[in-house]
Design a protein around this ligand. Structure first.
Ligand SMILES: [Zn+2]
Length: 280
């Protein structure tokens, strides 16, 4: 990756005063990646030039992802091209249940792993009722969105029907490439899976597992060499994001953006030759 060869705008949308600027940038030439402030959980909305819309995870709340989508999508647009569930844990899945209820979802990618629980049963029932195309993620699968390509890099093989005591390492991890700019969405994977991933040199890293110290190793940061990291984190009792991870990020001089401090985070890229970060 040529680090000096792309444009990256980061907008931290904390109040309406910033909004006109966001709208200004929302032309079809830009890739927009919004990391919704959903509390302790993940929810990422991607809009690629050509109006391709992808939602990765829905966060732990039924309502916050809907708030985020209503800010990012036109009022009369109730259809999302693709929803990805990284793994069926509450802090990633809950909001997607509201999304399935309120939006028409055309395609769904998830791992198809088995799990017990009421929300998981709702998820399975609702994706069935949605009549969307359902795909089971495995490394190498690619979603072509005009000039932007989203590639699945974990799990290495289809996990459909399998059961896991702990699902974090089963998480769908994907890499988004738009011209010279790239993003890595690392789900909740631990260092064990980080070690298995190749070709992950990116500009922006969605830090795995809300900043857990068992993820985001030094080796992984060396391999991925991001300029910017985003930690999707809210109030929690796990000590996320951990000092260990914050220190590693700072040792590599990686800019850190956090939903618990910065609110909604939006990164806009035209994929080209100049890097600019706009903060609040
Ligand atoms: Zn999580």
């Amino acid at each position: 990756m040529k680090k000096s060869f792309f444009i990256l705008f980061i907008l931290l949308i904390l109040n309406v005063l910033v909004l006109p600027f966001v709208i200004f940038l929302s032309s079809s030439a830009y890739l927009e990646v919004s990391f919704f402030d959903v509390g302790q959980g993940d929810s990422i909305f991607i809009e690629a030039p050509g109006n391709y819309q992808v939602l990765i995870d829905g966060g732990p709340s039924y309502s916050k992802v809907l708030d985020g989508l209503s800010r990012e999508m036109p009022f009369d647009d109730k259809e999302i091209d693709l929803v990805i569930l990284s793994h069926p844990e509450s802090d990633h899945m809950t909001g997607l249940l509201s999304v399935l209820e309120n939006y028409k979802v055309d395609n769904i990618i998830w791992t198809g792993i088995e799990k017990e629980g009421e929300k998981f049963e709702s998820w399975k029932r609702m994706i069935n009722e949605e009549k969307a195309n359902v795909y089971y993620a495995k490394a190498g699968d690619r979603i072509i969105m005009g000039e932007a390509i989203l590639e699945i890099i974990n799990p290495q093989e289809s996990l459909k029907g399998k059961e896991f005591k702990e699902s974090n390492d089963t998480a769908v991890v994907s890499k988004l490439q738009f011209k010279d700019s790239s993003f890595l969405f690392a789900g909740d994977i631990s260092t064990k899976i980080e070690k298995e991933l190749n070709d992950i040199d990116v500009d922006v890293l969605k830090v795995a597992h809300h900043g857990s110290k068992y993820s985001t190793s030094e080796d992984f940061l060396k391999k991925s060499s991001p300029l910017v990291s985003v930690i999707q984190v809210g109030k929690n009792s796990y000590g996320h994001p951990t000092n260990e991870v914050l220190t590693r990020l700072s040792n590599f001089d990686i800019k850190v953006l956090r939903n618990d401090i910065d609110g909604d985070i939006k990164i806009v890229s035209d994929g080209l030759v100049y890097k600019k970060i706009i903060n609040k």
